[in-house]
Each structure stands twice: as structure tokens, then as C-alpha cells.
Design a protein around this ligand. Structure first.
Ligand SMILES: [Zn+2]
Length: 338
């Protein structure tokens, strides 16, 4: 679990900004989990190390424009404090990866993680620096065999493009009629006809489920069932999960009709896969969510709570009876997040 508060000498400016401007969503998600979590200050990562990591993913001139000049396509004018906030958000994911590599965490959650639209040479869709790409490459370098799974309602196009041909699988379940509407990412003809479809390229380890407008839990879970076979075959050592909450029914920037119960069930699938393949290792990023005072923190708490509950139940039941663990963990999660 990761929070954006705190301060450290090299990060004082970032820390102040994050504390003052932090949306209520992070605190609400943490509060909903009601204990059992360790909140980690992300700002212990040296600025120089964080910047070097960002520059390993993005064009150096673009990085300088954001961090040094405070300029990005995601906001208007020169806003150096926002550039430093983007840097701090990325550093938060670095902190979680450090915790993972050091073996100090099983399920890690950064609500400001999974900025999945950011490309090498530009920001996009509220995403400035692509932290999940860095995390995947770093975990691969550490020998942990990562796999990226994304159920934000918007396609994880930036992660897909930046990890293509690295051998690290990217799986994205998203709506076909909403941002980014990229012909390289979706089948425009199929989307125009309102057909849900898949676009898999197994040779490049790219897997995509393009859902229709109004699709709900049934379709999310069906896609996850199909993803299960791919994940079982790959046997990841850590699952990177972009747990966007913007596919929820009523979300102002989404086309889905997922429910909180659907996210709990989806998290149960991920927990089962993580227990089977990765000793429970899951790094969760918040990705998108546009109901910050209500449904978004609840969705994130449900997902992280279900992962914790399922894996805790599995620790106590070595038979790994998935159905029984699902029932037990769902009941516990409902208690935590009601
Ligand atoms: Zn989104």
C-alpha cells in the first residue's frame, strides 16, 4: 500500500504538493481497508534515480519539458509543481517495486500508478510517465517474470506499445468505443458495428479484448476467464494489475456497466492466478477512476481487499480450493468495504 504524503529532504517540494493537492481518493481507499496494510512513503526514492528511471522509458527532451519546465499536454501553461507531482507518482511505483524485489511485500497498491496511456515521446489521457512499463522491465531484469493485466475501460495502449516485443505479455480488457480509439489498438470496423471482439497477437505477447458499449460484469469476467489460459501458460512471477475503476456503471468517462461486485469477483480471479503462479505477488495500480469521492476509492478498496482476503485465506487452506476461497474472501471483503 502506498500513500502520497510525507516528505524527505530532496522531495520536500513534491511532498508538499502531494499533501496539499492530494485528492481524497487515496485516503478513502486506504481508510476503507481498515487496517492490515502498511502505508509506504514513496518519496524516499532519490530524485536523481527516479528521473533516470523515467528517462529510461521516455524521450529525454520530453522528460525535461515536464520536470524542468513544468509543461505537459495534460495541463495548460507552465506548472512545475505538476511536473514534480508526476515524478513523485512514478517514484511511488518504484518504491513498490523496490519492496517487491526486496521481498517485503506481497500485494502492493499505488492509487496513482498505472498511467497506461503515456507514450515514449508524449503524455496522453491524463498519463504523463508510464510507471508500469518501468516496473515490468525492472521486475524482468530482476528475474521475476512479470505479466501486465489491465481492466481499465480505456485500452492500455501506452503499455502495449512500449512493452511490445520485450516478451513481457500485456493483456488489456477495455471498451472499443472510448479513448484512445487508436486503429493500432482497436479494430475500428468491428467497433463501428458494435461487435465485441478480441485482437490477440500471441507472437508479440499482446492480447486485447474490445468490449461493447454497456458491457458489464459478465463480459469482464468472461474476458478474464479467457485471459486465465494465457496467464496459466505464461506462469508469471508477478502480476502487474491496472485496476481502473472507470468501467463502473455511472462513470463519467467510461462506456462500461461493471459493478463493485464484479470487481470483487475479478480480483478473486487475479488472486487465484497469483496464488498459483507468483506466490501471491501482485502490484496494483489505480489507473483511471472519475468518481473520486464515492465509487472509485470503493472499487480500489474492494480489489485490494479481495486480493488480501483471498491470499490470506489461501495461506490457511493449502488445498487451494478456489471456490471455497472465493466464498470466504468475498464475505470478508464485503465486511471490509460495506
Ligand atoms: Zn481509463
Amino acid at each position: 500500500m502506498l500513500n502520497s504524503g510525507g516528505s524527505g529532504t530532496p522531495w520536500t517540494r513534491c511532498g508538499q504538493v502531494a499533501t496539499e493537492r492530494r485528492p481524497p481518493v487515496s485516503g478513502r481507499a486506504i481508510a476503507a481497508l481498515d487496517g492490515g496494510v502498511r502505508v509506504i512513503d514513496p518519496l524516499g526514492v532519490p530524485v536523481e534515480r527516479a528521473r533516470a528511471a523515467i528517462e529510461s522509458i521516455h524521450d529525454r527532451q520530453c522528460v525535461a519539458r515536464v520536470i524542468d519546465d513544468g509543461v505537459s499536454g495534460e495541463w495548460v501553461g507552465e506548472r512545475p509543481e505538476l511536473g514534480l507531482t508526476a515524478l513523485a507518482m512514478f517514484a511511488g511505483t518504484m518504491t513498490l517495486v523496490d519492496e517487491r524485489v526486496a521481498g517485503r511485500a506481497r500485494v502492493g497498491f499505488n492509487p496513482q500508478d498505472a498511467k497506461h496511456h503515456a507514450a515514449r515521446d508524449r503524455s496522453a489521457g491524463f498519463c504523463v510517465f508510464n510507471d508500469m512499463v518501468w516496473a515490468a522491465l525492472e521486475l524482468e531484469r530482476q528475474g521475476l517474470r512479470p505479466l501486465y493485466l489491465d481492466w481499465d475501460i480505456h485500452a492500455g495502449d501506452g503499455v502495449e506499445h512500449l512493452l511490445a516485443d520485450t516478451g513481457i505479455p500485456t493483456l488489456s480488457i477495455h471498451g472499443h468505443s472510448t479513448f484512445p480509439l487508436d486503429p493500432a489498438t482497436i479494430d475500428v470496423a468491428a467497433a463501428g458495428e458494435g461487435r465485441r471482439h478480441t485482437r490477440h497477437d500471441s507472437a508479440r505477447a499482446i492480447y486485447k479484448w474490445d468490449l461493447d458499449v454497456g458491457d458489464g460484469d459478465e463480459h469482464l469476467l468472461q474476458a478474464l476467464e479467457e485471459a486465465r489460459a494465457i496467464i496459466d501458460a505464461y506462469r508469471p512471477g508477478v502480476i502487474l494489475l491496472a485496476a481502473g475503476a472507470d468501467g463502473l456503471v455511472g462513470s463519467p468517462l467510461g462506456t462500461g456497466t461493471y459493478t463493485q461486485a464484479g470487481f470483487v469477483a475479478a480480483a478473486g480471479v487475479v488472486a487465484e492466478l497469483a496464488a498459483r503462479h507468483s506466490e501471491g505477488r501482485v502490484l496494483v495500480g489505480g489507473a483511471g477512476g472519475y468518481q473520486p469521492r464515492t465509487e472509485t476509492p470503493r472499487a480500489w478498496a474492494n480489489v485490494v481487499g479481495m486480493l488480501h482476503a483471498w491470499l490470506d485465506a489461501a495461506d490457511a487452506d493449502l488445498s487451494l480450493d478456489a471456490a471455497a476461497l472465493n466464498r470466504a474472501a468475498t464475505a470478508t471483503t464485503a465486511e471490509v468495504t460495506r
